[in-house]
Design a protein around this ligand. Structure first.
Ligand SMILES: [Zn+2]
Length: 523
């Protein structure tokens, strides 16, 4: 045997005989439980955490010195609109750079069907973060009945229950509703409860973009609680907020309703993004009845003078006391497919560019015209900071982005896609002491994991999957702004997903360690 062949195994020995694949040393460990942090090492073998503690003498193929950094479980975003974006940006870089290692799609009552094909197709992309889904009640109803405003027949309800059950077997985590949107808005509460019962029996939860987050917010919270109570399943108010200046402060009452329901045994929880603006389609300014049947039917109503006047009255009202918060400049366009130059402009500017004063009446005309031309997505500045903080302090609130995976530089998306998790850590933990670091991390990791019944993620514990993030608590910050949204958050140095680095020393790697996550009834 040549000397070289004798030597080689000796040189490789330290790697071959290393106990672990990755060893993170000197970390301030915030483990996801909410307990006080402690200092130590985290050892990873394969896709799982093998040991946590002092670990003297431990060896690993890769050793990461985390001095000065916090090690936390990868964050879990259970309200994500990432399904389109992940096809073009499979690294989900906006999420990686704010510490998110798992996202759950299918929110607001809207999901692809069937779930099995959707998840399988997404799994084939080769993605950097884990990806799961809820099934959307609106999508189920639309498949069975179309976008009609009427009660379902008993036969239709049976069909919808069967689709929901199949989605749960396919791996959905629960049922999302978007009772604000069409066709969720046409759905009686009793029908939602019928579907929810099926999902609940299979271990799923219910999560709702409520029917009304403005003047009717209290009734909507009652409805969300009722769906959980009568449906026999956990129920969650998603992106909880109070829209419209006359309604500000009502989070006192919404949180009281949640507290009362919990005391009588209803498992109600909340999620929230840390911003005073929301984002959805411009059609949110129109009454739901005007949207029945889809865009062609809507356009016919907008061209019939009598109906247009009725629609306009509602749009004016919503600009005044609802999403417009009294001024058309509070409505900022994200993207219009028919005219990209409108991205970033507000409704007052667009109205003025049409040669009209930006009164509520004229802005309503602009909004209706934008809808008839194909619609736009928009940002609405109509939330009070005090409600944001009050909701955040509730022990029942977890963090979720309601964001998407933007294509860097395209359109003018809500900054929540880039900044939600980093903003909570930078602004609400470090700057304003609204939450402790440990509690904030819990609300981003173990809490959503438990809500989803993902039992092998969300905590730093031996045996858990190795989704681990390292960030600097002194510098972590969101950078995305409404006027300049395409800015990654800062402060996250390393992001490990299933034991492999998706972000290493601030650089996105070529690894694609993300997996498809399946819900509690998956077969
Ligand atoms: Zn929503």
């Amino acid at each position: 045997m040549s000397p070289v062949r004798l030597l080689l195994p000796l040189l490789a020995a330290p790697l071959l005989f290393a106990q672990y694949d990755v060893l993170i040393t000197n970390a301030r460990i915030v483990d996801g439980t909410g307990d006080p942090s402690f200092y130590g090492a985290i050892a990873i073998r394969g896709d799982a955490i093998a040991a946590i503690g002092n670990l003297p003498g431990a060896t690993a193929a890769t050793v990461v010195d985390a001095r000065g950094l916090v090690a936390a479980p990868g964050f879990i975003d259970l309200h994500s609109h990432g399904r389109r974006g992940i096809q073009q940006v499979p690294t989900a870089e906006n999420y990686l750079r704010e510490g998110v290692t798992s996202i759950i799609e299918g929110p607001d009552g809207s999901s692809p069907l069937p779930i099995s094909k959707f998840l399988a197709d997404t799994g084939k992309i080769g993605i950097s973060i884990n990806f799961g889904a809820c099934v959307g009640q609106g999508s189920i109803r639309s498949e069975v009945m179309g976008l009609v405003n009427r009660k379902a027949t008993p036969e239709e309800i049976e069909k919808m229950k069967a689709i929901a059950a199949q989605a749960m077997r396919d791996g959905a985590f629960g049922l999302s509703t978007g009772l604000f949107y069409v066709p969720g808005n046409f759905t009686p509460t009793e029908e939602v409860i019928d579907i929810a019962k099926v999902v609940g029996r299979m271990g799923g939860f219910h999560v709702s973009h409520m029917r009304d987050e403005a003047a009717g917010v209290l009734d909507s919270v009652r409805e969300t609680i009722r769906i959980g109570e009568e449906g026999g399943l956990p129920t969650q108010i998603t992106h909880h907020k109070i829209i419209g200046q006359p309604n500000w402060g009502r989070s006192v009452e919404t949180l009281r309703l949640v507290e009362e329901a919990r005391r009588r045994g209803v498992d109600v929880t909340i999620d929230q993004y840390p911003y005073t603006a929301s984002s959805t389609g411009i059609a949110a300014l129109l009454p739901q009845w005007a949207l029945e049947g889809g865009s062609k039917a809507t356009n016919e109503r907008l061209s019939a003078p009598g109906e247009r006047a009725k629609i306009k009255a509602v749009v004016i009202e919503r600009l005044k006391v609802d999403r417009g918060a009294g001024d058309p400049k509070n409505v900022q366009i994200v993207n219009c497919s028919f005219d990209r130059s409108l991205a970033g402009k507000n409704l007052a500017e667009i109205t003025r560019a049409r040669g009209a004063e930006p009164t509520l009446e004229n802005a309503a005309e602009t909004a209706m015209d934008l809808v008839s031309k194909g619609g736009c997505s928009a940002i609405y500045h109509a939330i009070d900071e005090q409600d944001v903080v009050r909701i955040m302090r509730s022990p029942y609130t977890m963090i979720a982005s309601d964001g998407e995976i933007p294509i860097f530089g395209q359109a003018s998306p809500h900054p929540r896609s880039y900044g939600t998790f980093a903003r909570v850590l930078g602004v609400y933990v470090r700057e304003r002491n609204v939450l402790t670091l440990e509690d904030a991390v819990r609300r981003m990791s173990a809490f959503p994991a438990a809500r989803l019944k993902i039992w092998d993620r969300g905590l730093l514990r031996p045996g858990m999957k190795a989704d681990v993030v390292l960030f600097d608590p002194a510098t972590v910050a969101d950078r995305a702004e409404y006027a300049k949204p395409h800015q990654y958050s800062v402060g996250f140095r390393d992001v490990i997903v299933n034991g492999r680095f998706a972000l290493r020393e601030g650089q996105v790697t070529a690894e694609r360690p993300g997996r498809i996550l399946y819900g509690p009834a998956h077969e």
